[in-house]
Design a protein around this ligand. Structure first.
Ligand code: FAD
Length: 376
């Protein structure tokens, strides 16, 4: 007997989005599900290349809401979900200047009301916490003491382990090359090794999500992948960086954090590009060093230990795209995770699963993230 080729739902892509949805579908009893992933391993693209932090601050209200919802799960997952903690509450320190600080200052009561723990720090407190920061470079700072470093691998594999224990299948090295449509409704996919039938096709293809939809005509959702780079290097001698929070200077576009005994830094670039296996650009690496030189000269590395780049994929309004396609019934978007797909995955996976299984969700006003918003 050949491998099963008909499922209730097919998920295209096994990054954090596809994996979290599989987990929540299984939790809700929908287990006749197949995940198709083109690469040899899950999480090879954006999911494996993130800065891996939870930051409960965002200028897009729906993203902020999803982060706060996700944080609850990350801090206290269901019993037996993971073998190791998903978060180390190492803290997130964010520095602002000028108008940006005014904007954030006004946001703070709302953030607290929404459930985030936010401390406003004085210049002195910032410098005593992270002594490489210069007080003249920022007007105000907030510390999110309960946020911090996520274990992405643990999260991804915990989602997948539970989903597979309940019967959900994962097939690797299977590229989706076509979408099948029957009487105006999506009815399955054409993949490298053959055709699959399904009632739902879920587009969790990350940077490729726009291309997947274009396999069946004009896409109602415009997604753009933007590259972002991270470098790692040894911590400077004489500085004990290990307990520093991730420190982000949003006005000067630089963040740095302790990482595996050393440091990581990113110039927070947003370079639009076609979906691809993103590679670093020497010019951007040079800009990162230049920015460290200007803002935190003590951190300028003698050499770089490693570097990587990944894609952050956004809809034009930067909110996520979660819901059934406005035109193609049975085709479900789980895309546009931008720069917060990991931390929001416990909320977004649950919401997508609610919408697929029940047609509605109690967690959020789904209109804010629906692909329908692009048809008005
Ligand atoms: C430098 C950087 C820092 C970041 N920092 C953070 C952070 O601190 N916190 C946070 O929450 N987020 C962060 N992000 C964002 C986060 O990484 C993404 O939002 C998230 O990983 C997106 O997950 P995804 O599953 O949608 O995409 P992906 O992980 O890219 O998964 C999509 C999958 O679909 C597969 N696929 C594509 N086309 C096909 C096809 N035709 N057939 C089969 N499979 C296909 C791909 O191979 C891929 O595995 C960061 C991103 C970058 C680049």
């Amino acid at each position: 007997m050949g491998a099963k080729s008909s499922f209730e739902a097919i998920i295209i892509g096994c990054g954090i989005a596809g994996a979290s949805l599989a987990y929540f579908l299984a939790e809700q009893g929908m287990t006749d599900v197949l995940i198709l992933e083109r690469e040899e391993q899950p999480g090879y693209h954006s999911t494996g290349r993130s800065a891996a932090v939870l930051v409960e601050l965002d200028f897009i209200p729906s993203i902020l809401q999803l982060k706060i919802l996700g944080a609850g799960f990350l801090r206290k997952p269901p019993d037996g979900f993971s073998e190791n903690p998903l978060i180390r509450q190492s803290g997130i320190l964010i520095l602002f200047q000028g108008q940006l600080w005014e904007t954030v200052r006004q946001m703070i009561p709302g953030l607290r009301q929404a459930g985030a723990v936010v401390d406003v720090l004085s210049h002195k407190e910032v410098v005593s916490m992270v002594p490489v920061v210069s007080p003249e470079n920022f007007d105000g700072a907030v510390l999110l003491p309960e946020d911090g470093q996520l274990d992405v691998n643990e999260l991804l594999w915990s989602y997948l382990r539970h989903a597979r224990l309940r019967g959900i299948q994962l097939r690797l090295k299977e590229e989706v090359k076509g979408i099948k449509v029957d009487q105006g409704r999506c009815s399955g996919v054409i993949a490298s090794s053959g055709e699959y039938q399904s009632r739902w096709v879920i587009n969790a293809a990350g940077a490729w999500a726009g291309n997947i939809r274009k396999l069946v005509g004009r896409t109602p959702v415009q997604l753009t992948p933007y590259r972002r780079t991270i470098i790692t290097f040894a911590a400077p001698e004489g500085l004990n960086v290990k307990d520093w929070p991730l420190t982000a200077d949003l006005s000067h576009e630089l963040y740095f954090a302790p990482e595996s005994g050393g440091m990581l830094a990113s110039p927070m670039e947003e370079e639009p590009m076609e979906p691809c296996d993103a590679r670093t650009d020497e010019l951007v690496i040079a800009q990162t060093i230049e920015r460290l030189k200007q803002l935190t000269p003590r951190l300028v590395p003698k050499s770089i230990s490693s570097k990587w780049a990944g894609l952050r994929t956004f809809a034009p309004d930067q909110a996520m795209v979660v819901g059934e396609d406005p035109v193609l019934k049975g085709f479900f978007w789980l895309s546009g995770q931008g720069g917060s797909g990991i931390e929001t995955s416990p909320a977004v996976g649950q919401i997508a699963s609610d919408l697929i299984v029940n047609g509605r969700t109690e967690l959020i006003d789904a209109q804010h993230i629906s692909p329908m918003r692009f048809t008005e």
